[in-house]
Design a protein around this ligand. Structure first.
Ligand code: F6P
Length: 327
């Protein structure tokens, strides 16, 4: 066995359903291999403030089916500062933690990369955990599938009432910087259009589309808007079309944090368990500064350097497809 004796595990950034399955995967794999495990509560904030708790195999019993994260999570401003990271390093050393698994999104993995560039002797491995599915180097992030199913269920329900009243609905979904939830839910729910941050000038397209009028023969129109879209979100876009298209009965629905909660889907549990397992194996193979992710259904390791630098692209054909399929 290698030199690693004690692994720390934390969740950071927005919580995502399936994070608990990943914590369980990390904890049980590490214990199986004879390592000790420490849970770092409240993400990097807890690393700076010594929120450490020993995890045993039984500490992670009965958490697979639970949403949220038993370790709690946070977005830490202190960790963005060198003094914060120095304090975190000293605390890890004092606690005998010689490797860390970070479960989180873009910002969390950026923090991990910066830390590892400064302090070489504590390797970090990342697991992609965010409902947004917007991390470069992995086809899939923990929580995305559950969130998507929550959105689909909600939009289907809105479609029922939209159809009964012949209404135009703008439905806002999460995704501050990315439109993956909007795009996939748009396909799954047969939305008439989607508006996402990755595409510019969509408001005029939307107006053209509404002007054509033939869509009015449909009993309902559903437009899914990612919260980070340049139009400013569902309320703003509804406001901007309202006066020009007064014959449409317009309504807005913002789905909000309901998308982040709930029992994780089978897919999220399986993915998270596999990635938790793979993260510990990566550390035992002396890997550092890498994220374990999925590529073409295989587990892969991607350097933090790439994960941070490159932006995951949406597939333009799929955007086009939403419109084609809604004629
Ligand atoms: O975790 C990602 C995310 O859910 C984004 O889609 C959303 O923009 C953001 O977090 C919301 O963050 P908060 O919970 O801090 O409002």
């Amino acid at each position: 066995m290698g030199k690693i004796k004690k692994i720390g595990v934390l969740t950071s950034g927005g919580d995502a359903p399936g994070m608990n399955a990943a914590i369980r995967g990390v904890t049980r794999t590490a214990i199986y291999y004879g390592l000790e495990v420490v849970g770092i509560r409240h993400g990097y904030h807890g690393m700076i403030n010594n929120h450490f708790v020993d995890l045993k195999a039984h500490s992670v019993s009965d958490i697979l089916a639970r949403g949220g994260t038993i370790l709690k999570t946070a977005r830490s401003k202190e960790f963005m500062e060198p003094e914060g990271r120095k304090q975190a390093y000293e605390n890890l050393k004092a606690a005998g933690i010689d490797a860390v698994v970070v479960i989180g999104g873009d910002g969390s993995l950026t923090g991990a990369r910066v830390f590892c560039d400064e302090y070489y002797d504590i390797p970090f491995v990342g697991i992609p955990g965010t409902i947004d599915n917007d991390i470069y180097g992995t086809d899939y992030t923990i929580g995305y599938d559950t969130a998507l199913n929550t959105v689909v269920e909600a939009v289907d329900k809105i479609r029922d009432t939209a159809g009964s009243h012949n209404r135009l609905f703008f439905i806002e979904v999460m995704g501050r910087d990315a439109g993956f939830i909007a795009l996939s839910s748009g396909i799954a729910c047969g939305a008439e259009a989607i508006m996402i941050p990755e595409v510019h000038g969509q408001v005029s397209n939307l107006k053209n589309y509404l002007e054509k009028g033939f869509k009015r023969k449909k009993s309902s129109n559903i437009i899914i808007v990612a919260e980070g879209d340049e139009s400013g979100g569902a309320f703003a876009i509804a406001e901007s079309v309202k006066d020009d298209f007064s014959d449409y009965d317009v309504r807005v629905s913002v789905l909000g944090h309901i998308q982040r909660g709930g029992t994780p889907s089978a897919r999220d549990r399986v993915t998270a368990s596999k990635l938790g397992f793979a993260a510990v194996e990566a550390l035992m193979d002396d890997q550092k500064s890498v994220m374990v992710g999925y590529h073409n259904n295989e587990i892969d390791q991607v350097p933090f350097r790439k994960v941070i630098k490159l932006k995951k692209a949406v597939n333009p054909e799929q955007i086009n497809m939403v419109e084609i399929l809604s004629i």
